[in-house]
Every structure is written in C-alpha cells, then in structure tokens.
Ligand binder design. Structure first.
Ligand SMILES: [Ca+2]
Ligand SMILES: [Ca+2]
Ligand SMILES: [Ca+2]
Ligand SMILES: [Ca+2]
Length: 353
C-alpha cells in the first residue's frame, strides 16, 4: 500500500492539555509506572474519543471534535492506572473502566448516552457517566483486559495485581491475599464469577489474544521484575499454562499486539526498562543496574533485558525478531505506558512499498 498524496509516512505530534505525575513529592523506586490512555467512541458519533487515567489526580475525557481538536472534561475517578473504553453492559454505549494504584480494584463508569431519563445533562448532548458496581469483581487491579474468553458472547474480565505495590500498602504477603493475583472474571448474565489463575502477580499488562492460531483466545499476563510472563490456554472449564515463547522481556512494562508489520498475521511487542535518553552518561548510569539483574538470572530463564517483538515463523513458532526488525534493545518505547500521557499522534496510511 502506498501512502496517499501529501503523506509524510511519519507520525505527527499534537499536544493535549493533560499532565499526570506522582502523588509523592520525593521519587523513589517503583513509585509509579505511569498511567494509561484508552481510545474508543464514547458518544457514538463515529470518531475516537480519549480517556486518560492519572496516578495523581482525576481522570480526563477528551471529546473528539474532529480535525484533531478535542474538548476535555474531568471525570472524578482518582489515582487510576489503567483505563479501557468498552461496552460492559452491551447496551450500545461504550463505558469506561479504570484500574488503580494501591488497594483499589476496578471502577466501572456506565455510559448513560442512550438513557433519556438522565438527560438533559450539563454536557448534553454528550453522554453522562455514573459509577456503578461490577458485581462479583473484588480483586486488586493494577492491569486488566476485557474479552470474551469463553466464547459465550459476553465480555469477561481479567485483572492482575502488582505485588510490590501491595507490599508498599501494607500487604505483607501479597501471594497469600485472596484479592491478589491474576484473576479471570467470567460474566454470567450481568455478574462476574472469579477464577484465580495465579496468586503471584507483578502484572503491568494483560493481553487476550489468539496466540496459538486456533481461533480461541489465550490469556497472557506480563509481569515486572524476575517473575515470568505467563500464558493460559483454555481446555473446557480449565485454564492451563502453556509455554509459547523462547524469549520474553524481563521486566515487561507493557504489551501491544496486532498486525504490526502488515503481514496479515499477529505480531506482539513488549517493552522492557530502557532509558529514553541514550547518551553515554545515561547509559553509564543505567548499565550497571541492568547487569546486576542479569547476573542473578537462572539458567534457562527465557527472559531478556530488552524490548521483544514476537513474530511467527513458517512453522507457526514465535520468534523474537526485535533486533532483526530494528527495535534496538536500548531505544524506543521503554515504559510505553508513560509515553502516552500527553500527546496524540496522527499518521498517514503505513507504507510497505
Ligand atoms: Ca466520538
Ligand atoms: Ca454500555
Ligand atoms: Ca464470555
Ligand atoms: Ca488459541
């Protein structure tokens, strides 16, 4: 596909008036991993609206006015970490769900866009939102993913907690806490039933995607620190761990997946801890810490201290092609959740020519 006339085949930055920081004045280790952003249509006008979570303040909706202009509206959901725009109750209006730092779980903001009894809102005709419970969902949630994992037509939820943050909030043994871990919540007519996949979790990102090519989605929890990323495959009512990757990022910061290389197949990208600045001074300060982590790796550990690009080979096996495809381990997109906080990028159609 060739770029349309006038395309520069490059990303163009558009600044948005939103900043998120940290709640504490003094920065220390693990104080913050950044907050997420979601893009989907909230008012059913056909364009993508944005919602920013914030680790130190309220969330912000950016209503899309067209031509890359946005009107912001504060949503009183504080200290969020992840955010998803998804139609939780299948009423045709996309809702907003946040995960949080600390000991909070998810919050569900129901979109009343189609509810005439709620109108007129001060923001009419824009939809209004109310905070409502997600029945049966009580887990700590630092990361989440929504998808129909059991194929019965309704949306299920997977949450993951972040052990090191639970420790900081007074949970002495996170893996023994019944609200911690990677938890699958299967929907049954408007309420959710919890199935614990793993009590141990340092989960910064969760993917629900078909990683085996059989049309059935797997659940992939990406973990920070030395805790391995894990993938579960469904077998009837059971979910079993499968090992699909020869290499994974060590301190997996985030996952992104899709047809990233226009091959028609699924490609997966994970980011590790890498500095934005690759000046000799920064790298000199960064390298010893990474070497120390490297020294403590067990033999046979599939984790590498680098961004990883998973691409399937001809036999259907996943291979890390990050270096071959030009995602250098010491560059680009490190801590990607934090990079999305203030800028929206536009681009023309990607060219493969
Ligand atoms: Ca819209
Ligand atoms: Ca809805
Ligand atoms: Ca389902
Ligand atoms: Ca599958």
């Amino acid at each position: 596909m060739h770029p349309a006339s006038g395309c520069s085949d490059a990303f163009v930055a558009h600044r948005l008036d939103f900043t998120t920081g940290t709640r504490l004045r003094e920065i220390s280790t693990y104080i913050s991993n950044g907050a997420g952003v979601a893009a989907n249509d909230l008012d059913n006008d056909g364009d993508l609206d944005l919602v920013f979570a914030s680790v130190d303040r309220e969330a912000e909706i950016f209503w899309n006015d067209g031509s890359l202009a946005f009107t912001s509206q504060t949503l009183d959901d504080r200290f969020g970490r992840g955010v998803t725009i998804v139609d939780v109750d299948a009423d045709g209006w996309n809702d907003i769900v946040f995960t949080h730092r600390g000991l909070d779980g998810v919050s569900f903001w129901r979109n009343h866009g189609g509810d005439e009894s709620i109108r007129p809102s001060p923001l009419a005709p824009r939809p209004s939102f109310t905070l409502q419970p997600l029945l049966g969902v009580d887990s700590y949630a630092y990361a989440m993913a929504w998808g129909d994992v059991d194929g019965d037509g309704d949306l299920d939820l997977v949450t993951g907690s972040y052990g090191v943050e639970l420790l900081q909030h007074g949970i002495d043994s996170p893996a023994a806490d019944p609200r911690a871990g990677v938890v699958l919540h299967l929907q049954q007519e408007g309420s959710w039933q919890a199935h614990v996949l793993d009590r141990e979790a340092e989960t910064l990102s969760i993917a629900i995607a078909d990683l085996t090519g059989d049309g059935q989605p797997e659940i992939w929890a990406a973990n920070d620190f030395a805790l391995n990323d894990k993938v579960w495959q469904r077998d009837g009512a059971a979910w079993n761990i499968v090992h699909l990757f020869d290499q994974t990022s060590h301190s997996t910061m985030t996952t992104e997946w899709g047809d990233l290389d226009n091959s028609g197949g699924l490609t997966i990208f994970t980011t590790d801890m890498n500095p934005y600045d690759i000046s000799p001074r920064t790298l000199a300060a960064w390298a010893p810490m990474m070497n120390q982590i490297e020294e403590h790796r067990a033999a046979g550990d599939p984790q590498v201290m680098a961004n990883v690009l998973q691409v399937r080979d001809g036999a259907g096996r996943w291979q890390n092609q990050a270096t071959r495809r030009g995602s250098t381990p010491r560059l680009e997109l490190g801590r990607a959740t934090a990079t999305w906080t203030r800028t929206v990028y536009s681009t023309c159609m990607w060219s493969t020519a």
